[in-house]
Write a protein that binds this ligand. Structure first.
Ligand SMILES: *Cc1c(COP(=O)(O)O)cnc(C)c1O
Length: 352
């Protein structure tokens, strides 16, 4: 068989998305989606936009970026809108990472970081989390590269305080610090308030988790106008129309109904606390989560085995077959009813 794939990417190991099975209805607790539908205005806004699909979308996403800037208390030239936050992360890696500024991130974090680094041939260094799966901020002070920290971290769910993030940003003035806030609405402290004071800080966010729009692909970056200009140079060299018309309209409607999503976040936090308590009562060790998922292990049980037994009972969770965390499960937080069924199934499995 001939091979046409360029040698440049011969070693590239792509990201593995969580499974999206089409064969049967699972209780889906494996990809950190919201269990709640988008707010009512979103469907109407998307429908209205469909009649204009013969026209390209606004490459500046002006209406949307102004709305987002408004909600986050920044100027619209401090904002870039992207096709999911994966895209703004890729843009940031391309724009700010090279041999002189290698990427630095934890060994246990979002699995896309090493993939984007490899794709773009940017050297990277992984710093081990501590024994108890925490980020030690001292490891990230003046570490000589572009720092990437998910806060709260994934898949641990553990959050750093704003004071700690500020110390890391201030301690790396010669390099960009990317703070990936995909989960911040579930109990983290956002670093957006620091953007005014630190021109090396880029905060990224997504509509995929707290705003129930994973299928629409909408993400954003917030940083100094100069960082945003650099990201736009990459964007206009890649895909100027990265945010399509329907998604942009959906985003505007979602921001207009922001209170609905913040209410949903409160419900998810309550369900998370219920689930954490129930798992601990079953003997699990559960890490402190500020996200819409829990990371937990049961002494004496292999994570893969629990995952398979749950799947056989119609419940999907995420298992990472990776050193240090192979005995853990990552459980997305759904509705109260879904979590009760998850706890019931787990209890059954443990009883054998
Ligand atoms: C889900 C996730 C993202 C990006 O999701 P998009 O759907 O591309 O916006 C980014 N970072 C982390 C840590 C995530 O878990």
């Amino acid at each position: 068989m001939s091979c046409y794939f360029t040698e440049r990417f011969a070693e590239l190991v792509p990201y593995t998305p969580g499974e999206q099975p089409q064969d049967m209805q699972y209780i889906k607790l494996n990809t950190n989606e919201s269990p709640f539908p988008p707010s009512p205005g979103v469907a109407a806004a998307v429908a209205a936009e469909c009649g204009k699909l013969q026209l390209y979308s606004d490459p500046e996403s002006r209406v949307l970026s102004e709305k987002l800037a408004d909600v986050y208390g920044v100027c619209s030239d401090q904002v870039i809108m992207t096709n999911g936050s994966d895209e703004v992360l890729n843009f940031a890696f391309m724009a700010f990472g090279d041999e002189k500024s290698p990427l630095v991130f934890p060994d246990i974090t979002y699995g896309f970081y090493p993939v984007f680094a490899q794709l773009n041939h940017i050297p990277y260094r992984e710093i081990p989390l501590t024994e108890d799966f925490r980020i030690d901020p001292e490891d990230y002070i003046a570490c000589g590269g572009t720092v990437v920290i998910a806060n709260p971290n994934a898949p641990t769910g553990i959050a750093l305080g704003l004071d700690v993030i500020e110390r890391i940003v201030a301690g790396n003035a010669d390099h960009v610090v990317v703070v990936d806030e995909a989960y911040v609405d579930f109990g983290g402290e956002s670093a957006v308030s620091l953007v005014e004071r630190y021109d090396n800080l880029l905060v990224t966010g997504t509509f995929s988790k707290s705003r129930s729009m994973a299928g629409a692909r909408l993400g954003f970056g917030i940083g100094s106008a100069s960082l945003i200009r650099d990201l736009n140079t990459i964007k206009y060299s890649t895909n100027p129309y990265n945010v399509n018309r329907m998604t942009a309209a959906a985003g505007v409607a979602a921001l207009e109904e922001n209170a609905y999503y913040m209410d949903n976040c409160r419900a998810i936090i309550a369900n998370r606390e219920y689930t954490a308590q129930a798992l601990r009562a079953l003997g699990f060790e559960v890490l402190d989560s500020s996200a819409n998922f829990l990371f937990a292990r049961c002494p004496g049980w292999d994570g893969g085995e629990l995952y398979r037994k749950l799947k056989a009972r119609g419940i999907l969770v995420r298992h990472f077959d990776k050193p240090r965390i192979a005995d853990f499960l990552r459980i997305s937080i759904g509705t109260r009813e879904q979590m009760e069924r998850f706890i019931g199934a787990t209890a059954e499995i443990l009883e054998g």
